[in-house]
Design a protein around this ligand. Structure first.
Ligand SMILES: Nc1ncnc2c1ncn2[C@@H]1O[C@H](COP(=O)(O)OP(=O)(O)OP(=O)(O)O)[C@@H](O)[C@H]1O
Length: 247
């Protein structure tokens, strides 16, 4: 991406896709300042599945929005390929989002008047090196349903479309906000399996934010967040297959 700040080669270790450094996010509500994130620092490594877990209100969505270029920090740096996302313009942030980030949300966020295929194609058009939309829908098991509208699909199927839509961009970072939150247990497990399959097959780096600590067992690393601060970072030497977790 275009850089406003000169890249500092020493700032980015070779295997970090993104570095969060001393990040603070404060929201002002009337006369009250709410400090939601406090001096957060961590890396997201290339090719890893990273889970960020914490109770409601701990700041998970706030950090996801910052990493996804939907918001900017009050202080600190977010370094992506040597560029500080905290300092770029709104249009550069939009370009970063379009080209490098895929989002999977709890409630799918599909465009209701577009078919599954059209939803995926719309995302592909935004990316510079997209993958094949029909192939991605086939990979998520929806080859036969690609001309259906979201309302004609089950929740699990809609989440599969949302995953295909995120992955078709071939993003550097796949950001998942409670990806199983609206699904029943079995459907949730299979959505998780799909995400991990893309991580294995395409090497997509995945960040999953969730309040569901069971999901963390499938990740390579887990960051525990509480009141806007990191309280623990756990490495799972042997992440569990989704079929072995229960919630
Ligand atoms: N735009 C905003 N203005 C004011 N306060 C905000 C704003 N966004 C978030 N907050 C506050 O920041 C805190 C953290 O919110 P956030 O949504 O990041 O938490 P979360 O861990 O994702 O919670 P949940 O699991 O319930 O979604 C909450 O107290 C919330 O009220």
């Amino acid at each position: 991406m275009n850089e406003e700040e000169p890249a500092d080669e020493n700032d980015l270790s070779p295997n970090a896709v993104l570095k969060v450094r001393d990040v603070n996010r404060t929201f002002t509500m009337g006369e009250v300042e709410v400090e939601v994130l406090r001096d957060l620092s961590f890396d997201i490594y290339d090719g890893e599945v990273l889970a960020m877990v914490g109770p409601s209100g701990s700041g998970k969505s706030t950090i996801l929005n910052l990493i996804g270029g939907l918001d900017q920090p009050t202080a600190g740096q977010i370094l992506f390929e040597g560029t500080d996302l905290a300092k770029v313009s709104a249009s550069q942030l939009t370009r970063y989002r379009r080209q490098h980030v895929g989002f999977v949300f709890q409630f799918y966020n599909l465009v209701p008047n577009l078919t599954a295929l059209e939803n995926v194609l719309a995302a592909a058009q935004l990316a510079s090196k997209p993958l094949d939309a029909e192939e991605m829908l086939a990979k998520v098991g929806l080859a036969e349903r690609m001309h259906h509208f979201p309302a004609q699909l089950s929740g699990g199927e809609q989440q599969r479309v949302a995953i295909a839509r995120a992955v078709v961009k071939n993003p550097k970072l796949l950001l998942c906000d409670e990806p199983t939150g609206a699904l029943d247990f079995t459907t949730g497990i299979s959505a998780l399996e799909l995400l991990l399959q893309f991580n294995r097959d395409l090497g997509t780096t995945i960040l999953i934010i969730t309040h569901n600590t069971a999901l963390a067992d499938v990740a390579h690393r887990v960051i525990h967040l509480r009141s806007g601060e990191i309280v623990n970072v756990q490495v799972n030497a042997q992440p569990k297959p989704p079929a072995e977790i229960v919630w």
